[in-house]
Design a protein around this ligand. Structure first.
Ligand code: FMN
Length: 373
């Protein structure tokens, strides 16, 4: 890979009060190493290692807002309560000490069950219509009060992220979890103002969450919203089948307060609307940038031979070159690129890439998910 081509990855970027030294973002990855929901020093050192090795922006694993059934695993960290927040204070202090920038990914799982165990929260599971997927009832449909309290809890988490010194935060609006369950007609069958026949109507909940968070942090603090067409309940689901539908969905969310859209795909090189601009056409982040004008982050199998779902199935992944990524970044298709498993496999990934040390990059083995290396 020529060093000239690599330059595009190492351009600084300013978004409101956030200044980034390069375009590489560590993707949010749930690790379930937080006993009693409290991130420990091991968690802080795990992030610090990536900050030290030049990751431009670190997004934390999903960490849950203050709702009784917001998580689906007992070792997912809380983002509320003194003990957990002081754990997060230590995390951001360590990341800053190593010269890094970081935001927590703020999350409510809705009615998605644990992938690996039967664990359930003590309180009833909550979601827009008490459905986990089509014809799969699970838990309760949220009352007006539950919705108002959830919006307030997102607002409180935003205020806490800013108070602890995080540089930004990301709202998890993707992959079939709570916010996405409101977007998706399959799981949102409400007849009130949080439901409706159009995606725009079903985006009301996300807009209100964004407005509450924006009100909590002020105008100059950057807010990231993660969205996906695909759901873990249905990889083929598509919320927005056309660019116009995508604009109807995302423009109001940008107006409600999202500065950066993190557009989750499993493979970054897949065109979003090939029927319009061909097989090498814009990907999801490319189209999201085009229809909203917002800064966008792309993601999906960067630097690795297979996708995240194969890893969950236990397959190993080997390092691959970045030419396809650099070509898309050179044409300014999106602004930032998130890297997940490659950064788990090799904490020094960014440094090695910058130095052209491709041959030294370590593979990602599924067994790495058992440790916080
Ligand atoms: C172990 C693991 C945990 C993940 N947890 C989350 C999560 O908490 N929140 C989220 O939005 N995405 C999560 N993802 C998806 C990643 O953020 C990313 O989109 C995906 O791994 C694709 O990037 P990659 O191919 O570079 O790994 C997770 C992925 C992995 C492998």
């Amino acid at each position: 890979m020529s060093s000239q081509k690599l330059e595009v990855l190492f351009q600084p970027l300013e978004i409101k009060s956030l200044s980034l030294k390069n375009r590489v973002v560590m993707a949010p990855m749930t690790r379930t190493f937080s006993e009693n929901g409290i991130p420990s020093d091991d968690v802080a050192q795990y992030y610090r290692r990536r900050a030290q090795a030049e990751v431009g922006l670190i997004l934390s694993e999903g960490t849950v807002i203050n709702r009784p059934a917001a998580r689906n695993d007992p070792k997912i960290p809380f983002f509320h309560g003194d003990a957990a927040l002081s754990g997060w204070q230590h995390v951001i202090d360590e990341v800053h000490a190593a010269g890094g920038k970081m935001g927590p990914q703020l999350w409510h799982v809705g009615s998605v069950p644990n992938m690996f165990s039967e664990w359930v929260p003590a309180a009833p599971v909550e979601s827009p219509s008490g459905l986990a997927a089509a014809d799969k009832p699970r838990g309760e449909a949220m009352s007006d009060e539950a919705i108002a309290d959830t919006i307030a809890a997102f607002g409180q988490a935003a205020a806490d992220a800013q108070r602890l010194g995080f540089d930004t935060f990301e709202i998890h609006g993707a992959h079939g979890y709570l916010i996405d369950q409101f977007f998706w007609s399959v799981t949102n069958q409400r007849k009130d103002r949080f439901g409706g026949a159009t995606l725009k109507e079903r985006s009301t909940f996300a807009s209100e969450v964004l407005k509450a968070m924006r009100a909590a942090v002020g105008a100059d603090y950057p807010i990231i919203l993660r969205v996906s067409q695909w759901k873990q309940q249905d990889f083929t689901a598509r919320l927005a089948p056309t660019p116009d539908a995508m604009a109807d969905w995302l423009v109001p969310l940008v107006e409600a307060g999202a500065d950066i859209l993190h557009c989750s795909q499993r493979r970054f090189w897949e065109p979003e609307f090939p029927e319009i601009d061909g097989d090498d056409g814009l990907n999801f982040a490319g189209w999201a940038k085009k229809v909203t004008g917002a800064v966008t982050i792309s993601v999906g199998s960067v630097g690795l031979s297979n996708d995240a779902m194969s890893s969950f199935g236990g397959e190993s992944s080997t390092p691959v070159g970045l030419d396809r990524l650099l070509t898309r970044m050179e044409r300014d298709e999106f602004d930032l690129i998130a890297v997940g498993r490659a950064l788990l496999g090799d904490p020094l990934w960014v440094t090695k890439v910058r130095e052209g040390n491709q041959a030294d990059l370590q593979p990602f083995e599924a067994s790495l998910l058992q440790t916080l290396s």
